[in-house]
Design a protein around this ligand. Structure first.
Ligand SMILES: *[C@@H]1O[C@H](CO)[C@@H](O)[C@H](O)[C@H]1NC(C)=O
Ligand SMILES: *[C@@H]1O[C@H](CO)[C@@H](O)[C@H](O)[C@H]1NC(C)=O
Ligand SMILES: *[C@@H]1O[C@H](CO)[C@@H](O)[C@H](O)[C@H]1NC(C)=O
Ligand SMILES: *[C@@H]1O[C@H](CO)[C@@H](O)[C@H](O)[C@H]1NC(C)=O
Ligand SMILES: *[C@@H]1O[C@H](CO)[C@@H](O)[C@H](O)[C@H]1NC(C)=O
Ligand SMILES: *[C@@H]1O[C@H](CO)[C@@H](O)[C@H](O)[C@H]1NC(C)=O
Ligand SMILES: *[C@@H]1O[C@H](CO)[C@@H](O)[C@H](O)[C@H]1NC(C)=O
Ligand SMILES: *[C@@H]1O[C@H](CO)[C@@H](O)[C@H](O)[C@H]1NC(C)=O
Ligand SMILES: *[C@@H]1O[C@H](CO)[C@@H](O)[C@H](O)[C@H]1NC(C)=O
Length: 456
């Protein structure tokens, strides 16, 4: 997943001039008012769904141009928006898209599955989990819970103990660049999903997996339980001993979220409390820089130099949402997290002042539109306002015994033959033949595939 963002340098100049002249205003956000937060969220998601176009005639529901995974992030934000505001305007588009891309009930749709990474699939699984926990109305063929279970089942089947003692590779297919990496978002994503399934279903199998995934990550440089550093990736070639230590907020966010669900599910176990507090400490210190006042979130690796790609623009919005639910599931974190969400929303409101139509920019700490425009900016805007509503209202995800009614299918995804579950069963003879055949295929297609991986 990666594609370039859209930079309108000249617009930034105009924006800066107008901001100086004080002619452009963001939303007038009153952070203590639920109504004001709802209005801000409503404005941000209007821009988001305006750019979405997935229900236009001829378009493919749920598929954004040049990227597949972002649809999961878009719908996740929209489901939370619906829950916190009661506004059903976008529900039809959301439900249609969530089902359209479901494949055989596990988010491996055949149009795109041949170049998806585990993290790409995961974001759709997490969106389905969010729909489950927030009692989003049932729609179409697959229940929201079964879709989350389908993603879980297909991913644990790819758990790879033959290298590094375990872990999920970044990519699913050997011909993709990144197959030789095990990364934080893929493993942290599956950890989070397993923890949420445990919390929702009370089925201990999911909790065992969550713990196993977390412990494996902690056995590699991906996750340090001493410093609570989260690295981006490790390499299979050297038994996962060296790290690519890029610092991205969502890598932290996904581990914090999983640990928060495990903490709550286990009635407050020390292991998970330590994990939540340790990871939260690093997150608040790293991604809420003191030079911007300490309460405004920033994707520090790309924002100051303005090199964020489209994926990266989404990271802090995702993280904000996960922090909001963490503040509810681990009540002792509430007082720490709330001011960070509030400071970020106030800054975001000021930066959502672009194009004379309240377009959101990438950076919030500028407190004025920074010249960037795009669906990712809008999604992150929606996320930060909705995260404040989640925290303010202490929205607690439901479980199967506290109102959740989504239909369970513990075997979802297991008969999908498009995944590596089936590949594992291929005999040596088949492999040799396939290898011979694919050599030419891979050579001629490698450029395109690398391009597609990057575009995923
Ligand atoms: C706001 O303006 C930008 C730039 O012209 C455009 O791309 C976007 O679609 C507009 N959004 C809305 C909600 O009109
Ligand atoms: C897509 O959905 C929006 C509501 O979210 C609606 O305004 C628009 O008319 C729909 N477009 C089509 C082509 O159905
Ligand atoms: C807060 O949560 C309660 C319980 O889920 C719900 O009834 C209420 O509508 C929510 N209020 C807001 C403002 O979201
Ligand atoms: C797959 O591609 C076909 C042809 O473009 C399109 O009609 C269909 O909606 C796509 N399905 C998905 C799940 O993207
Ligand atoms: C569960 O209940 C909600 C709210 O009453 C409803 O919208 C949804 O369709 C129900 N889901 C199922 C699977 O019955
Ligand atoms: C590779 O790492 C795993 C756990 O990280 C360890 O159990 C195993 O012994 C290591 N193998 C080698 C060859 O070092
Ligand atoms: C948490 O406490 C509840 C109520 O006492 C109990 O039913 C449940 O089994 C406990 N959960 C775990 C994972 O121990
Ligand atoms: C789990 O979350 C609920 C909802 O916020 C909270 O009331 C409860 O105290 C939490 N459990 C623990 C062990 O903190
Ligand atoms: C618990 O989850 C596991 C893993 O999906 C499944 O095999 C098992 O059937 C589930 N148990 C129940 C009681 O649903």
């Amino acid at each position: 997943m990666a594609r370039p963002g859209v930079w309108h340098g000249w617009r930034q100049l105009v924006a800066a001039l107008l901001a100086v002249a004080n002619l452009v205003h963001g939303f007038d956000l009153d952070i203590s008012s639920t109504e004001s937060l709802k209005n801000a969220a409503s404005t941000a998601i209007y821009g988001q769904m305006h750019l979405y176009q997935g229900n236009a005639s001829g378009a493919i529901p749920g598929k954004l141009p040049g990227t597949w995974w972002e649809g999961g992030a878009l719908f996740m934000a929209a489901i939370e928006y619906w829950h916190e505001t009661g506004d059903t305007t976008y529900n039809n588009e959301v439900s249609v898209g969530m089902q359209w891309q479901a494949g055989d009930g596990d988010y491996m749709p055949s149009n795109w599955s041949s170049y998806l990474g585990n993290d790409d699939q995961m974001f759709w699984g997490l969106a389905a989990m969010t729909a489950t926990e927030l009692q989003y109305p049932a729609y179409g063929t697959y229940s929201w819970l079964s879709l989350a279970q389908g993603v879980f089942n297909t991913q644990v089947a790819r758990w790879d103990p033959t290298t590094c003692g375990g872990g999920l590779r970044w990519q699913i297919w050997a011909y993709e660049a990144g197959y030789n990496l095990k990364n934080a978002i893929s493993n942290g994503g599956l950890f989070q999903l397993a923890a949420r399934l445990a919390y929702y279903t009370h089925n201990a199998t999911y909790a065992e997996w969550a713990e196993k995934i977390f412990d494996w990550c902690a056995s590699t440089p991906l996750l340090s339980t001493e410093t609570w550093n989260v690295a981006d990736s490790v390499e299979v070639g050297n038994n996962c001993t060296t790290q690519g230590n890029n610092q991205w907020s969502y890598n932290y966010g996904t581990f914090i979220s999983g640990a928060a669900y495990m903490y709550n599910y286990t009635n407050g176990t020390e292991k998970w409390e330590k994990a939540v507090n340790g990871l939260l400490g690093v997150t608040l210190k790293t991604f809420f820089p003191t030079q911007y006042g300490g309460n405004i979130m920033s994707e520090i690796l790309c924002e100051p130099t303005e090199i964020c790609n489209a994926n990266e623009i989404l990271f802090k919005g995702l993280t904000a949402a996960w922090l909001a639910f963490t503040s509810v599931l681990v009540p002792s974190t509430y007082d720490q997290i709330l001011p960070k969400l509030q400071g970020s929303a106030e800054a975001a409101a000021a930066s959502c002042s672009g194009n004379n139509n309240n377009s959101c920019g990438v950076r919030w700490y500028t407190k004025a539109w920074d010249g960037w425009t795009g669906i990712e900016e809008q999604i992150s805007g929606t996320n930060i306002f909705v995260a404040n509503l989640v925290a303010a209202n202490r929205t607690r995800p439901v479980t199967a015994t506290t109102g959740g009614n989504s239909t369970s299918d513990p075997t979802a995804g297991q008969d999908d033959h498009s995944t590596s579950t089936q590949l594992a069963a291929i005999t040596t003879g088949d492999k040799v033949g396939a290898g011979f055949l694919t050599a030419g295929f891979v050579t001629s297609w490698i450029g395109l595939l690398v391009w597609m991986v990057i575009g995923t």
